[in-house]
Design a protein around this ligand. Structure first.
Ligand code: AMP
Length: 554
């Protein structure tokens, strides 16, 4: 297929915010895609070249795109940067720069989807000396052949910034309409394989009967089961029924661990492949898990190697980001794994077995090893008192809270289920002043889309983090309009404003941080409300108080 056809689809998708229209555009498009392109095209429509769970990375940042454009168009770096500053979007910059070039030269070739895929994906294979310049050569060539509109989307794809708004529900609906198959079946197969490409290819080549045969595979992540929140043990029992399995809710990182003989692969809750970052977990699994083949659901908790106390998530996130000196960081931040579920055992999907049966499988296949790997601590009870005692024990051991699970429930991937709930102490929200912001990119370029938050100490406003989540489009527009009137200075894409707007912010945790002048940072800050009724933010003392009262001892 010609890449220009796909670029046309991207344009149409970008020009509508209506999901039904997007679904129909994609479903019509899928009808004309040929077999050999369908897997790639499904990924490309979702803004990816590789599946999410792949370890491959394109490895091209914004500044390199400026170089690419320079090579492909002959424009100067200054010209490109000026256009970028004006548009806030390197895709549109590519389009505009190439439009100018096309008036001068005639170097064109019809690009096919495969040409673009081959060029971009080959970048992930290029490593070692001169890797960057080799990548630049490959991509510059493709861009030099691209029509302006194609360049816009090639650049956005390279940068992982396509943002045409095709979430997985929309892709499911499009495939369902295109092939006239019930949504539920597509969703069921997607939950097991997280691969719409495989589903669409199967439908195109072999039809519905074969779709039913698609199974979960070791090495390909499965959607994880999620849990609802209950206020307390009483409400928990109402949701789970009695008796329930009560477990510690460990505060770490969820790992979906796939094992096939000596091959171990680790995915995060969002299904990113983090195997390379956790060779210690790979080793622990090989040492302690007797099954030849299994998929385990587990929580990895970091601990202080000297005191053996659990460490907050921020330490683990350091490990996720670390690409070099991994053996060194394992010594500094070791982890212990708590296994709480199993979804595949000896190549059999065990999701439909009852929870107590799945737990029995875990018990059978694991040989616990202290501070390395164990089953999640569990109590089966119908008693409110016993459960509350277990909850206090969990908190006193610095766990995050407890989970309550119906012992007969099946594993339902990809959804919040009522048969399992989490109970944890609620964090207070904070009222913080916005003292700056950063202009957005792509579709958000007309708004300030990341806001610098601050608390107060005396007359000073101290930074405590940046927030870009929890906003509706109206809230972005409203805040941008309010902030534009109180800008005090601008540097590049950043603006500073008078501290007049107060926002109520929720977060997961307060962490110590050298990055911000307050000495603290918020983990996952998100907007609760714009507080037009307030004019001053919370004081630093309040932040310190909440920090110290967080149940963790670091
Ligand atoms: P939350 O992240 O607040 O939605 O809580 C759910 C998360 O708790 C899961 O995704 C797991 O990462 C984590 N977790 C910790 N311990 C357990 C457990 N015993 N059972 C299930 N999930 C657990």
């Amino acid at each position: 297929m010609k890449y220009s056809k796909l670029a046309e689809l991207y344009e149409q998708l970008e020009n509508t915010s209506k999901n039904l229209e997007k679904t129909s555009l994609i479903s019509e498009f899928l009808k004309i895609v040929e077999e050999q392109d369908i897997k790639e095209i499904i990924l490309l429509i979702q803004g990816r070249v590789f599946p999410k769970h792949s370890e491959k990375e394109i490895g091209i940042a914004n500044n390199l795109v400026v170089k690419l454009l320079k090579n492909a168009s002959g424009a100067t770096e200054k010209e490109i940067k000026q256009t970028w500053n004006k548009t806030g979007d390197l895709g549109i910059t590519a389009e505009q720069i190439l439009k100018k070039k096309k008036q001068i030269t005639l170097k064109t070739k019809e690009l096919s989807v495969q040409d673009v895929i081959t060029a971009i994906s080959s970048c992930a294979e290029i490593t070692g000396k001169n890797a960057i310049s080799k990548k630049i050569n490959v991509l510059s060539e493709i861009l030099s052949f691209a029509k302006p509109i194609e360049a816009k989307y090639i650049v956005r794809t390279i940068l992982n910034m396509l943002r045409v708004g095709v979430a997985s529900g929309l892709m499911r609906d499009a495939i369902s309409t295109s092939f006239d198959i019930e949504k539920e079946l597509i969703q069921k197969k997607y939950d097991l394989t997280t691969d719409f490409g495989e589903i669409a290819l199967t439908l195109k080549t072999k039809g519905k009967k074969s779709l039913e045969k698609i199974k979960m595979r070791i090495g390909t992540p499965v959607q994880v089961m999620l849990y609802n929140l209950a206020k307390n043990v009483e409400e928990g029992f109402k949701m789970t029924g009695k008796p329930a399995a009560i477990e510690f809710k460990y505060d770490g990182m969820r790992m979906q661990i796939h094992k096939e003989e000596d091959n171990v692969i680790i995915f995060t809750r969002r299904l990113d492949n983090v195997t390379k970052q956790f060779p210690d977990v790979v080793k622990a699994i090989k040492q302690t898990v007797k099954a030849k083949t299994c998929i385990l659901d587990a929580e990895a908790v970091a601990y202080n190697p000297k005191t053996k106390e659990y460490l907050p998530f921020q330490y683990l996130s350091k490990r996720i980001k670390r690409k070099k000196d991994i053996l060194e960081i394992i010594k500094q931040i070791p982890v212990v794994i708590y296994v709480f579920d199993v979804i595949n055992y000896e190549n059999e999907n065990v999701m439909l077995k009852k929870f107590d049966e799945r737990r029995a499988i875990i018990k059978k296949i694991i040989t616990p090893k202290k501070m390395i790997l164990d089953c999640a601590e569990q109590l089966i009870t119908s008693s409110k008192e016993e459960s509350e005692k277990f909850y206090s024990k969990a908190l006193s051991l610095n766990e995050e809270g407890i989970m309550m699970k119906n012992i007969e429930s099946t594993y339902i991937p990809g959804r919040r289920v009522g048969s399992g709930v989490k109970i944890k102490p609620v964090m207070e929200t904070l009222d913080l002043a916005i003292i700056g912001g950063v202009w957005g990119e792509g579709k958000r370029s007309k708004w300030l889309s990341s806001f610098i938050l601050s608390c107060k100490k005396g007359n000073e406003y101290l930074e405590i983090g940046k927030m870009g989540s929890g906003f509706s489009e109206e809230q972005f527009a409203k805040i941008t309009n309010q902030l534009k009137k109180i800008i005090t200075r601008e540097t590049g894409r950043k603006v500073y404003v008078k501290p007049e707007i107060i926002v109520e912010v929720a977060y997961e945790e307060i962490q110590k941080s050298p990055t911000y002048s307050s000495g603290f940072a918020l983990r996952f800050p998100r907007l609760v409300n714009i507080r037009d009724d307030l004019s001053t933010p919370n004081k630093l003392e309040k932040i310190s108080r909440i920090y110290s009262s967080q149940k963790k001892v670091f």
